[in-house]
Design a binder for this molecule. Structure first.
Ligand code: BG6
Ligand code: MG
Length: 217
C-alpha cells in the first residue's frame, strides 16, 4: 500500500532550533529584550514574522513595519551563517534509517515545513534527493496550526488526508495534522506533545515494524 509520509524539518530532521535561538537572541539582545530558551519553545513551528512579533511583545517594543522588515532580514542573515556551516552530521539520530526504510518501500516522502530556508538546509545536509516533494514557507500563506502545509503535502503525494502521517516536534504542527485528519506522530516530550496520536523521544525509537504497520493500515 501507499501512504504519504510528511516530515517537518526544524527539530525533526535537523536540530536547527538552536540556530534560530542564537539568531533571535542576538536580535533581542540588541533591542534590550531578555529572550531565554524557555521563550524559544513558543517559537517552534511558528513563522518568521510571527516569531518577531512574539519577541517584540516580550519587551513591549513597538516598531514601524520598515524597522520590523529590517530586523527580519538581519535575523535571517545571522541564521544563514549557521546554516552555511551545517553538514550531514547534523541530521538527528535515527532519521536516515527511517527515510531509507520508507524509500525502499516506495513510500512518498514529503517535507512540510514553515521555513523559507528548507531547500538550502536539505541541500546542506545532503538529503534533498530523498524528498518527492517539498512544501515550505514559500508555498503556503497560513502558518501552523493551520493545516495548509500538510494538506498541500498530501495532495502532492496524491493521497487522501487520512493516508497521511505527519512527523512533528511542535505543538502547532501536531494540531495542524490533527485538524487535517492525518495521523500525528510527535517527536519530543510526550507531556508537551500530548495532543499527538503517538509520541517518540526521537527517531531511534521508531521501529521498522511500526512503519510497516502504518504502511499496511
Ligand atoms: C519553523 C521553525 O520550522 O520555521 C521556526 O520551527 C521558524 O522556529 C520557522 O521561525 C520559519 O523559518 P525560517 O527559516 O523561514 O525563518
Ligand atoms: Mg519543527
Amino acid at each position: 500500500k501507499t501512504k504519504a509520509f510528511i516530515f517537518d524539518l526544524d527539530g525533526v530532521i535537523v536540530d536547527t532550533a538552536k540556530y534560530h535561538f542564537l539568531a533571535w537572541q542576538k536580535l533581542a539582545e540588541s533591542l534590550g529584550i531578555n529572550f531565554t530558551h524557555e521563550h524559544n519553545e513558543e517559537l517552534k513551528g511558528v513563522s518568521r514574522v510571527r516569531s518577531l512579533e512574539i519577541i517584540l511583545g516580550l519587551g513591549n517594543v513597538e516598531a514601524t513595519q520598515e524597522q520590523k522588515d529590517e530586523w527580519l532580514v538581519q535575523k535571517n542573515e545571522d541564521y544563514l551563517q549557521y546554516i552555511d556551516k551545517m553538514d550531514d552530521s547534523e541530521i538527528l539520530p535515527g532519521v536516515m534509517k527511517v527515510l531509507e526504510f520508507l524509500k525502499s518501500n516506495q513510500q512518498p516522502i514529503i517535507l512540510g515545513s514553515a521555513s523559507k530556508n528548507a531547500r538550502p538546509i536539505l541541500e546542506k545536509v545532503n538529503i534533498l534527493h530523498y524528498f518527492d516533494d517539498i512544501v515550505d514557507g514559500n508555498d503556503v500563506s497560513n502558518a501552523k496550526p493551520d493545516p495548509e502545509v500538510f494538506l498541500v503535502g498530501a495532495n502532492k503525494a496524491n493521497q487522501p488526508n487520512e493516508n497521511a502521517i505527519v512527523f512533528e516536534d511542535s505543538v502547532a504542527g501536531i494540531q495542524a495534522a490533527n485538524i487535517a485528519g492525518m495521523m500525528s506522530v510527535g517527536i519530543g516530550e510526550a507531556s508537551v506533545l500530548n495532543e499527538a496520536d503517538v509520541v517518540f523521544n526521537n527517531f531511534t525509537e521508531i521501529t521498522e515494524e511500526f512503519l510497516r504497520e502504518l504502511i499496511n493500515k
